[in-house]
Design a protein around this ligand. Structure first.
Ligand code: ATP
Ligand code: MG
Length: 419
């Protein structure tokens, strides 16, 4: 038996009603805030991710699915969506029609991590990106949108963690302080951190190795080194959040695993999933669009982990199941099967959710099946009923019965079911 690849999984029909509910709740909310959907490829040139996410990050160093295609071009299954959405914004010169673009996308991402609960090698994200707005209000609004989405999904134990990473003006001052701190602690750091110290010292703050975490407990934070503009920007973000009653904590350790962030970064954490506590993360990336050869244009966005979100919503024990059929057709005999087949197609097209039996089993066993399907009505159509021009439509809840004539059964059934 051939099975899925490790870390890849099927989302089965028993779960897709919930997934669709989450996706619909998110897209309706986003559209109210002016977002439009964009669909982007799942594969891109490796260079796009290496340049945007950063060479010295876990994602680029260890987690990407990268391989040459038949011509030798280096391709990568996307580990995240922001780089692709930015590429698309630049490639299609979206800024020339309107620099402000609010885009969202939903789809699979690929990272070769150790699979466990809440962590898969193919996982799904709901992404939202805003280009062309530098104002701190949009930072607060994105966190508000996440908060409102989770509220609509019935979640309560979530907390927003926010931080500011500063900008190119205040970064050098911070990096200097961090490097000084790191050189003192060099003996206590893992090899990876020592290697990354020169390339990209900020990444050491994101290291998951316990001894590094311990050593870096008192490391300098970006918050202590913000320039006055960044300070003011972050102040406004916090004020706007408070005014809208969005609960948050300022978390100076939140640096996030991608290089392109500047100023506001945030994560939404939960206690419901054990070790995998982040349900969503995001931040501002004011230098990224220019970095990828686009115009100088600010950007900010977030990604929600759909797999994790579905797991939490499911824990609420709310049932999201597919709607049962409105009608189950029970044909008894060959002629009845032929008619029943035509009626069932016509009814489905007319908007009545219809199922029909093709097994030829007895009335009794098919009534049992109708119960199991939780069908609203059954249509009993034996050859005898056809000859007598009186099919029987039965309401499964009330047991009420209607005679349906052979003239225009589809119209009659539609009329009764619509009542
Ligand atoms: P983590 O710290 O859990 O590895 P991350 O910081 O790498 O998360 P992001 O790049 O911020 O994750 O992606 C945003 C969201 O996508 C995360 O908050 C999480 O909910 C989800 N996510 C990330 N990686 C995975 C994965 N391998 N499996 C399932 N969900 C994931
Ligand atoms: Mg990760």
């Amino acid at each position: 038996m051939i099975q899925t690849i490790r870390g890849f999984r099927d989302i089965l029909p028993k779960d897709t009603a919930l997934w669709q509910h989450i996706e619909k709740t998110a897209s309706e909310l986003f559209e109210n805030f002016g977002f439009q959907e964009i669909r982007i490829p799942i594969m891109e040139k490796t260079e796009l991710f290496a340049r945007s996410i950063g060479e010295a990050t876990d994602i680029v160093e260890k987690e990407m699915y990268t391989f040459p295609d038949r011509k030798g071009d280096k391709l990568t299954l996307r580990p995240e969506a922001t780089a692709s959405v930015v590429r698309s914004y630049i490639q299609h010169k979206m800024h020339t029609s309107d620099p402000v673009q609010k885009l969202y996308t939903i789809g699979p991402m690929f990272r070769r991590e150790r699979p466990q609960k809440g962590r898969y090698r193919q996982f799904y994200q709901i992404n939202a990106e805003v280009f062309g707005i530098a104002a701190p209000y949009i930072d607060a609004q994105l966190i508000l949108i996440l908060n409102e989405l989770f509220r609509r999904l019935g979640l309560s134990d979530l907390k927003a963690h926010v931080n500011s990473l500063g900008c190119p003006a205040c970064r050098p001052d911070f990096q200097k302080a961090l490097l000084e701190f790191l050189s003192d602690k060099k003996d206590e750091l893992c090899e990876n951190c020592i290697r990354r110290m020169d390339k990209n010292p900020l990444r050491t703050l994101d290291c998951k190795v316990p001894k590094c975490r311990e050593a870096l407990k008192d490391a300098p934070s970006t918050l202590g080194h913000l320039c006055s503009e960044c300070e003011e920007h972050f102040g406004t973000v916090q004020r706007a959040l408070k005014q809208q009653n969005v609960e948050f904590v300022v978390d100076k350790t939140l640096v996030r695993g991608l290089d392109y962030y500047s100023r506001t970064t945030f994560e939404i954490l939960t206690t419901a999933l054990g070790a995998q506590s982040a349900v969503a993360g995001g931040g501002r990336y004011d230098a990224l669009i220019k970095e990828l050869d686009g115009p100088e244009m600010p950007g900010i966005g977030f990604a929600i982990g759909l797999d994790r979100l579905a797991e939490i919503v499911e824990q609420l024990e709310k049932k999201y199941t597919a709607m049962p059929p409105d009608l189950f057709i029970i044909p008894l005999g060959d002629r009845a099967t032929e008619y029943g087949y035509l009626w069932s197609s016509a009814l489905s097209i007319a908007g009545v959710k219809t199922e029909m039996d093709f097994s030829g089993r007895s009335l009794k066993s098919l009534m049992k099946r109708a119960d199991k399907l939780n069908a609203g009505h059954v249509l009993i159509a034996g050859d005898k009923e056809i000859d007598e021009n009186a099919l029987v439509l039965r309401d499964m809840a009330t047991r009420e019965q209607h005679d349906i004539s052979m003239d225009n059964p589809v119209e009659q059934i539609v009329a009764i079911l619509r009542k």
